[in-house]
Write a protein that binds this ligand. Structure first.
Ligand code: SIN
Length: 305
């Protein structure tokens, strides 16, 4: 048994885990303690863990199957390990990488696929001198603090998640964006979800939602704006200031997050992400047509409703 120590970092989310060397195989007792802490604190920070890609993958596998990132453009993956998505503002092959501005609006990873990620493990390789922070919102608290009337409205409501709503996607290489669209036609997911391990209800919400099934555009936008503002209230948020060697592991089934552009973009920021495959498909593809065009998207939704 190790000297595992867990120290809460925030009320809504976040705890620091020390006393473990993640390069080493994980004892079952430690795996269980980490999983319990993960379910309780949603975002775990393991400082001072200088992991190779192989070590990051091996550690991540303690918590589930890894997503093979079929939803991502191949050039954004680690050249030898497709389980690792490389988020970098450094040039790749003399061009801006396909991830140079990733994560800039509130989202839950892979919500634009039928199987949103169970969780993710992000390892900080390089960071700017200041900024480049990431924030996570606790979506259990977001759900639980809504009025009974709004919670009733959300029961059975579905939202359209659209990859083209990734903020800044239009600044990426057009061929790569076309590839992302082809891989990820719009999907519909329930707005209210039940965590498979804790049984608690939360929201699947964020800024990559086009609208709600059965609502007019105006109704969708008003409700979406209210829910997103509420869900990302400062008291529901943990903000992480990165150090090189931090590994952060978050539960994607009850959080959303945003990577802030609050740094000098000439300074490198490089992160390696493993995504844990979602336990279940909660979404269904609605259409490959009309991507990026709100009117035809809502028409397509109406056709399958
Ligand atoms: C992500 O959105 O998964 C990346 C977060 C980050 O780069 O901080």
């Amino acid at each position: 048994m190790s000297n595992l120590n867990i120290r809460p970092l925030g009320f809504a989310a976040g705890a620091e885990v020390t006393g473990l060397d993640l390069c080493q195989p994980l004892a079952e007792a430690d795996r269980g303690a980490i999983n319990d802490a993960w379910l309780r604190h949603l975002v775990l920070v393991f400082p001072g863990q200088d992991l190779t890609p192989e070590q990051q993958i091996a550690f991540a596998r303690n918590f589930g199957e890894l997503d093979d990132h079929a939803s991502q453009a191949p050039s954004t993956l680690h050249p030898e390990h497709r389980e690792i998505l490389v988020l970098t503002n450094k040039q790749v092959g003399g061009k801006p990488s396909g991830t140079h501005n990733s994560g800039r609006n509130w989202h839950t990873d892979l919500s634009y696929t039928e199987r949103p990620a169970k969780g993710a493990l992000l390892s900080c390789k390089e960071k700017p001198p200041v900024g480049g922070d990431t924030m996570w919102a606790n979506l259990y608290l977001a759900y639980e603090t809504l009025s009974p009337a709004i919670r009733a409205l959300l029961e059975g409501l579905e939202a359209v998640h659209d990859v083209t709503l990734i903020k800044g996607i239009e600044q990426r290489d057009p061929a790569l964006v076309a590839d992302m669209k082809r891989r990820n036609p719009a999907v519909v997911h329930p707005v209210m979800r039940v965590h498979p391990e804790t049984g608690r209800k939360s929201l699947l919400i964020g800024q990559r939602i086009r609208g709600f099934v059965g609502m007019s555009d105006e109704e969708s936008q008003s409700l979406l704006s209210m829910l997103n503002t509420h869900a990302t209230s400062p008291e529901f948020v943990y903000r992480h200031r990165w150090s090189v060697g931090d590994l952060v592991m978050w539960d994607n089934r009850c959080t959303c997050h945003v990577a802030l552009a609050d740094f000098d973009q000439t300074k490198p920021r490089v992160m390696h992400r493993c995504s844990l495959e979602g336990e279940q498909k909660t979404g269904r593809i609605i259409t490959a047509a009309g991507m990026g065009d709100r009117a035809s998207m809502l028409q397509a939704v109406a056709a399958v409703s």
